[in-house]
Design a protein around this ligand. Structure first.
Ligand code: SAM
Ligand code: SF4
Length: 329
């Protein structure tokens, strides 16, 4: 298994399939985009499937989440999902996406073996969406969400980041809408992972702000820590249930001590944490012809070096060089 010196065991693998994206969310990417990874540097579909195979058969990974950049931009996505679903033990397979194009692909992804989807949508207002993402695609995301629910990729979760001066007042509206449409809303604190390094601790919308805002309209009952487990979202029952809302307080209430993640970038680097400054090159090992046991050994060693926490509140904290879109959120 993948275990670190603090006794944490990684069971959840996040695989970034591309660093490219068709949106430019202000908290993630600059308007002009980024220098994308060159095609030869990306893991091939075969390399990705081989690494997932090693992760589930030799390293105890139980859940695989595909992300990016925008994973729906990866041409081989459906095939990769299908091959991951054929592995034994079969991992739970999920996807984090901005939802653009999901209308077209949701049922093929479900048929290929995708279990669940998280769709990112920060606002119900098309004009605010355009300001936040710098693209006029609000309608496509809403259609993608409907398609995901109809395809049975449930529970469909909606990820929202609240930004000061833009959508900070929208938490109650988003929750009312999510309850009405049977989506599970997860409100996420903005993290220092934007390529522009524009994040500021002062002024960010905290979990405390979010909960206070939700409580103006809903009664929230906390679910216990035992239910939260290693899940990053503290979950709350809305008006007695059955609907829930998650609040992901990565900055003000980090959950590093319960973290069960390991991450693979689109160019084959293992990262033990979103905020890690170190990476371990599995692509080089694969391309040098290393057998599975050797790749697994390198991955275990990387995990062994996982730091206790992200250190966001440490004055010495330095933002990682790679932005969120190139790590895989
Ligand atoms: N493009 C896909 C999407 O947006 O869902 C997948 C990749 S995106 C990096 C994954 C998640 O990270 C999204 O829900 C997005 O809102 C979130 N995210 C991106 N930058 C963030 C930041 N600086 N702080 C908090 N969440 C962020
Ligand atoms: Fe693209 Fe997702 Fe980053 Fe937005 S958050 S720019 S959709 S990768």
């Amino acid at each position: 298994m993948l275990i670190d010196t603090y006794g944490r065991v990684a069971k959840d693998l996040r695989v970034s399939l591309t660093d490219r994206c068709n949106l430019r969310c202000t908290y993630c990417m600059p308007e002009e985009g980024l220098r994308w990874l060159a095609k030869p540097d990306l893991l091939t579909d075969d390399e990705i499937v081989r690494l997932i195979d090693i992760a589930v058969t030799a390293l105890g990974i139980e859940e695989v989440r595909f992300t990016g950049g925008e994973p729906l931009l990866r041409p081989g996505l459906v095939g990769i999902v299908e091959r991951a679903a054929a592995l034994r033990p079969r991992p739970l397979i999920s996807l984090t996406t901005n939802g653009i194009g999901l209308k077209r692909t949701a049922s093929a992804l479900k048929a290929a073996g995708l279990d669940r989807v998280n769709v990112s949508l920060d606002t119900l207002r098309a004009d605010v969406f355009k300001t936040l993402t710098r693209r006029d695609r609000h309608k496509d995301v809403i259609e993608g969400l409907v398609a995901a629910r109809e395809a049975g990729l449930t529970p469909v979760k909606v990820n929202s980041v609240l930004m000061p001066g833009l959508n900070e007042d929208e938490a109650p509206d988003l929750l009312a809408w999510a309850v009405e449409h049977d989506y599970e809303l997860r409100l996420i604190e903005q993290m220092p992972l934007d390529a522009q390094h524009g994040w500021k601790r002062d002024g960010m919308i905290t979990a405390g702000n979010i909960l206070a805002s939700l409580r103006t309209r809903f009664a929230l009952t906390a679910e216990g820590e035992e239910i939260r487990g290693s899940a990053p979202a503290a979950r709350w029952l809305v008006d007695g249930g059955p609907h829930r809302v998650g609040v992901i307080a990565s900055v003000t209430r980090p959950f590093c001590s319960a973290c069960d993640r390991t991450r693979l970038t689109a160019d084959g680097q293992v990262r033990t944490c979103l905020f890690a400054r170190e990476e371990t090159d599995l692509r080089a090992a694969l391309r040098a012809g290393a057998p599975d046991e050797e790749v697994a050994r390198i991955w275990r060693l990387a995990m062994w070096g996982k730091k206790a926490g992200a250190g966001l509140d440490d004055p010495a904290f330095v933002q990682p060089d790679r932005p969120m879109s190139a790590i895989g959120g």
